[in-house]
Design a protein around this ligand. Sequence first.
Ligand code: CO
Ligand code: CO
Ligand code: CO
Length: 322
Amino acid sequence: MLKDIQGFEHPDLLVGCGVPDDAGVFRLRPDLALVQTVDFFTPVVDDPYQFGQIAAANALSDIYTMGAIPVTALNLVAYPVCELGTDTLKAILEGGSDKVAEAGAVLLGGHSVEDKEPKYGLAVTGIIHPDELITNSGAREGDLLVLTKPLGAGVLVTALKGGLLAPNEEENLAKGMAALNAAAAKAMKSVGVHACTDITGFGLLGHLREMAVNSCVDAEVELASVPFLPRAEELAEEGLIPAGAYRNREHLEEHIETRGKIRQALIDLLFDPQTSGGLLIAVPEERGDQLLAGLEQSSIADPRVIGRILGSGTGEILVKGL
Ligand code: CO
Ligand code: CO
Ligand code: CO
């Protein structure tokens, strides 16, 4: 929407509202740029401490996608203090603060408002040398697409809210969403890649589409290679699809071509909005193995090559079935 409101132009504006990316970037000096992002949302799990961790990991992720290092963070809080009391809020803030510390950044403060529905997140500032910036617009023909976290978090959160997950399944889901993308970003930077974004509200296909449009290429996804969370397929088949997945599909459908046999539940999962999802990296083919090895060494559980960048184009995506 910002595109239609005001076009800011400045010689040091490196990434702004014109080309949507994960974070904005502004050059302070020839060797130093600010990377800034903000994100907050309503609780996705019952445990307030875990919610705080997940919201913070999600907000920090947009700094990592750019190849930057998070330096400072500010809390954003909306909370019904009379109804829920201060203990829950304290746990949320502790979860967030612990993640910021894990990221090696510093929490400077924040702002809160009274609100019926709790919401939490962070505004994060990172730094980078402008030459090392990784955007979502640099993907090139032949690049492999690597995904660092399995899909299906939206479907599992929906199941959790319906009381359909066992305690250990909830724990695994929360752990996955609370995991920082820091190690994945470090591996990606040491290998050298063409483009990166993270998978959040628009789902795999939405964020891949954004990367493809911004890079002026088309892309293909090999469905058999896409990793899904345990039970995601089964729950999607039962219809536990979050509303956001349908909105994503409606938005993107005309740009997605499918080929071969594909079960509806799997397509739904490609549109599934993720909370604090993994990185989607476009890496030159000859460095693909090196990236996978680096990710595995950084204890990323199951990094996968899920497709590739085709030739120049307008962001059309081909999903190849089994
Ligand atoms: Co992002
Ligand atoms: Co964001
Ligand atoms: Co204030």
